[in-house]
Design a protein around this ligand. Structure first.
Ligand code: B12
Length: 456
């Protein structure tokens, strides 16, 4: 039996004007090219737990000729995010028309399972590892069920995490690769459509397993740049410190996502620096308390932290770790002046890089439930607009076109070359003398296409 694993590769934006604007900025273009080459870790993970007597092949959707589909598969498994679900359904339809059974999984179908059922022979909700062995057994017996729900049996124990089949990838195509060190997040942001929606329980992967994955990547890919596909890497400090201590021996450069609390832990920051952390992505969301109020629903944590935002950036960057701050335009309680607030804060904080997105309601999130109830989702069927760069909800303090105009203006001012260069300089000013010297010694000051997160 041969199963084709198909990743819906690449980035998506519906609005051509934004795409055109983005591509006028070299920095945006370079970053987009780097990250869009990331493979689907979800599918490689499932491949890692597929019985040896089943052949698996990994494909990026851009390599699949939709009109002349490959005929060598007994079944295909497609990974979905919300924005590409419709594309995945179309592809599934074509395979099914040729008699090839299709299994759909991933965050996209997990958040909209009912819709997905019409387009697949089997839909998997939640963490794939929990039900994949059963799916393969049923496939072999020609007895696929329409729905497999991991939630009923999960959460998956990361002590049992399989080694992802990185060997299925063509090494020349992937300058950047991902590994997961944990799942979930202790915070409950209303808009979050990430792994917390697959399984709400926070868990960590044993350090030895993560290091084994790092070594496998090094063996297969030389010295790849590693992206931790985590939601919030350092929540379990004991695990984080032990992981970073081991990682420091591997001589790799890496990137991850975290909350701001790392800025309060000097020991952790030093370990991050010494183990090769190039950049940390942090969801600031907005620099004002009014906008953040109620966004995090467990402890209103983000609103409580807003007064420390700027000093935290400085404390992190002093260690030679660049901060990539994520901001959301259109949060409830904000009007067009929210764009000015973000611009001012980005400049004043001296953060190295920045990402700005629209407040987006993904189906299956608390935000979607609230806004759908208020009639504020612009078109509930337009899941292709769940890109974070297209508006799918009506803002509460401005019109849709005012929001759009503010967003385009903000993008232009954040990514024009002088603004980018000013951020690079601000980062250099934050560096302590010792860190400056160490970076020079290790050759971490040169820009390298594999490491967009380096200082130019
Ligand atoms: C790495 C990453 C990417 C990479 C790779 C994407 C990919 N194909 O996997 C790149 C850069 C290409 C990317 C692009 C996009 N991304 Co992205 N990305 C991530 C990130 C950082 C990590 C995802 C990851 O690897 N998780 C680890 C793996 C192991 O989990 P997993 O893929 O979910 O797989 C598990 C299950 O879902 C399931 N499963 C998955 N697939 C399948 C398939 C089958 C058949 C089965 C049975 C099970 C199964 O089993 C797996 C193991 O449990 C997350 C944020 C985060 N911190 O998690 C955002 C995230 C997934 N991305 C997001 C978005 C919005 C996008 C874009 C739309 C952005 C854009 N405008 O272009 C595009 C869409 C890409 C596409 N074509 O589908 C959102 C998705 C929300 C949603 N519900 O849809 C997230 C959550 C970020 C966010 N801010 O909300 N992304």
């Amino acid at each position: 039996m041969r199963i084709g694993l198909i990743a819906m590769s690449g980035l998506r934006i519906c609005k051509p004007e934004l795409l055109e604007l983005g591509f006028t900025f070299p920095r945006v273009q370079a970053r987009a090219q780097e990250i869009e080459a990331l493979p689907s870790l979800g599918l490689l993970t499932l491949a890692g737990m597929t019985p040896e007597d089943v052949d698996v092949e990994y494909l990026e959707v851009r390599d699949v000729d939709e009109w002349q589909l490959p005929t060598r598969f007994d079944a295909v498994a497609i990974s979905t995010l919300t924005a590409v679900s419709k594309e995945a359904y179309r592809l599934a339809g074509r395979f099914r028309a040729q008699g090839v059974p299709v299994i759909l999984g991933g965050l996209g179908v997990t958040l909209s399972p009912r819709e997905a059922l019409a387009h697949a022979d089997a839909v998997v909700i939640g963490e794939g590892e929990v039900v994949w062995p059963e799916v393969v057994t049923d496939l072999r017996r020609n007895r696929l069920r329409p729905l497999y729900t991991a939630h009923a049996k999960g959460p998956f124990d990361l002590n049992d995490a399989p080694m992802p089949r990185f060997d299925l990838l063509d090494a020349s195509r992937y300058p950047r690769l991902s590994i997961q060190t944990q799942r979930g997040c202790p915070w409950a942001c209303e808009f979050c459509a990430s792994s917390i929606r697959l399984s709400p329980r926070f868990r960590v992967k044993p350090v030895a397993k993560v290091i084994a994955e790092v070594r496998r990547l090094k063996k297969l890919f030389g010295n790849p740049f590693i992206e931790f596909a985590d939601d919030n890497t350092f929540v379990n400090r004991k695990h984080a410190k032990s992981l970073l201590t081991e990682l420091a021996k591997e001589n790799v450069r890496w990137f991850t996502e975290s909350d701001l609390s790392i800025a309060d832990d000097e020991e952790l920051l030093s370990l991050m620096r010494d183990s090769g952390c190039a950049q940390v992505l942090i969801g600031f969301e907005h620099p004002t308390r009014a906008a953040l109020d109620g966004v995090e629903r467990n402890a209103n944590w983000k609103a409580a932290k807003v007064g420390e935002y700027a000093s935290a950036v400085e404390r992190i960057q002093r260690h030679g770790i660049t901060v990539n701050g994520c901001f959301v335009l259109g949060l409830d309680g904000t009007d067009v002046s929210g764009a000015e607030d973000i611009l001012r804060f980005v400049r004043e904080s001296g953060m190295y890089d920045v990402q700005v997105t629209y407040m987006t309601a993904f189906p299956g999130t608390p935000l979607w439930t609230r806004l759908a109830g208020d009639g504020r989702i612009l078109d509930e069927s337009a899941t292709e607009r769940c890109t974070l760069f297209d508006i799918n909800v009506r803002p509460d303090r401005m019109t849709v076109s005012e929001l759009e105009e503010a967003f385009m203006g903000l993008v232009a001012r954040l990514y024009e070359e002088p603004a980018v260069q000013e951020r690079f300089r601000a980062f250099k000013r934050h560096l302590s003398t010792g860190v400056r010297r160490r970076r020079a010694e290790r050759g971490w000051t040169r820009h390298c296409s594999r490491q967009v997160t380096e200082v130019a």
